[in-house]
Design a protein around this ligand. Sequence first.
Ligand code: GLC
Length: 541
Amino acid sequence: MIVKEKDEKWWKHGIVYHIYPRSFMDLNNDGSGDLQGIIQKLNYLEELGIHAIWLSPVYQSPLIDCGYDISDYKCIHPDYGTMDDFKQLLNEAHRRNIRIIMDLVLNHTSDMHPWFLESKSSKENDKRDWYIWLPPRNGKYPNNWRTNFGKKAWKYDPLTKEYYYHSFFWEQPDLNWRNPEVKKAMFDIISFWLDMGVDGFRLDVINMIFKNSLFKNDSIKSLFSNKEVFSRNQPEVYEVLKEFRLLLEQYPDKTSVGEIYTLPPGNAKLTTGFLGNGSDMLHLVFDFSLIFSFWNASSYYKIINKYYQHIPPKGWPCFFLSNHDIGRSVGRTMFSFHKQPKAKLHATLLLTLKGTPFIYYGDEIGMENADIPKHKIKDLYGKIFYPLYKGRDGARTPMQWDDSLNGGFTTGKSWLPLHKNYRQVNVKNQAETHDSVLNVYKHLIELRNKTPVLQHGEIQFIKLKQKGILCYERTLETRKVLVALNFTSRKKTVNYESSEQVEVLFSTHRIQHFNKDTIFLNPFEGIVLGIKMRKIDINCC
Ligand code: GLC
C-alpha cells in the first residue's frame, strides 16, 4: 500500500529508475530479463532510494523494435512472464512505495496487431482508416516524408495497391489519430492499466501522433534534418493530451512523461509546449537538448537554463542523461577520458537540479556502452547501418550485478553479451568500495530524499568569472544549498563570503575541501554545501 507523502506530488520530488526489462535480471535463466527478475531486485531498488520504475515495453510484440512494436496492449510478452507476474510486480513495488510507470506507444502498432491485419485486408474494412493509407502519387510515394532513419516512410501494399505510413520501421505502421475510434481504443487501453493500478505512462514519441492533414511535403535540408516538418508536431496533439490528462486525473496520483522526438540540437520550446499551461497536458516532458551538449560547463548552463525558461509557471522539469536509445552518458564522445569521475559529476548534477531525475539502469554503477560484435547485434538499426552505426544494443547490455558468470544476470545464454568490464564494474564490487559510483549515487539519493530544498527548492544559477564550473543555488524558505561542479580536469577554487555556517553536505571526493571562505574543487569534483550566501566571487587557481 502506497503511503501518501505529506506535501508535493511524488512525481515531482521522486526519483525515477528506468528499467530495460530484457536486460535487468533473468530469473528463469532463459537468457533474457523478466518480471520475476525485477521483483527479485526490488529490495536493491528500495535500498537505492528510488520512488518509481519506468518500465520499457513488456507487452506482446514480435520484437522487431524490441517491444516498441506492440501487437497486444493488454497482454504481457511471454519472455517477460504473465499478467499475474505483472500484478505481482505492481503489488510488490507498491508495498515498497515504488510506483510503476508503463511505456505506452500511441503513435504506431506492430504490423502484426489485429487492427493492422484487418486494416490491410481490404480498402472496405472497418479498420482501414485506423492507419494512414494513401494511393500512389504519379505512380510513386504519396509524398517525401522519411522515417526517423532517413528512408522513405511509405510502404506499398500490393493487395490493396496503396501505401501506408510508418515513422519508424515498416513493421510499425502509424495509427491515424484523426479517426476518433483510434483515440477511443487507446484510451480504453490506458484505462485498463490505470484500473489495474499502474501509476503513470511514458508516452513514446508523443509529438508524432498527428501528421499534417494535407500530407504536405517536408522541406528537407539534409537526410536527417528538416527545415519544416509536417509529419510531426501538429497542434492537434495538444487537444488529445488535454483529454488524456483529464482521464489520468480521474485516478489519484498518476503521472505522465512524454518523449518529444527532436533532432540535434534539441528544441526546448517545442518540448515544453507539451506541458500545456503546466497542469493541463503532460506532467513531464523529456527534452533531449542536454544529451546533445558538449562536455562543457557553459554549454550545460545555457541548455539547462533555456529549458527552465520555457517551463510554464505551473509546469515541472525533469532530467535524464542516458536511455535505451541515446546510449549511456559515460560513453558519449567527450567522456572518453575520466569516465568514472565524470559519471560522478553527472550524478551530482542530475540529483541536485530542480526537476525529477530519471536514472537509466546501470548508470548508478557507471556502466558503459558496450561494443557488440556484428554477429551478436540485435537492434535492427545496427544490422542495417553497421559499421557506420552499430545500433543501440551497446546501452542495453545486461545489468552487471556481480563478477560471476554473466555478471549474475543469468546462468543461461545472455541475449546480448555483457560489457567486458563486468568483473570490475558491478553492483557487488561497488557496494563494497567506499568511493564507487554506486556509493556516490546512494549518498546523493539519500541526501535528496532527506533535503526538501533539493526536492522542491527554486534554482538560481551563479555566474562565475572563471570558466569550467557550473554553479547554482537551490532555495526553499530559509534553507539554501549551493552546488558547484568542476567540469574540468584542473583544480579550481570558488571564493565566497557567508554570514552563516557552511556545511559540506556532499562531495564526489569525500574530502572536505573548503575553509572559511574558499571552496577548493578537485578535477571533476562536485560539491553540495548547505550555506547561506550573501555574495559569491571567484579566483583562478
Ligand atoms: C521511441 C523509443 C525507441 C523506439 C521508437 C519507436 O523513440 O524510445 O526505442 O525505437 O520510439 O517506437
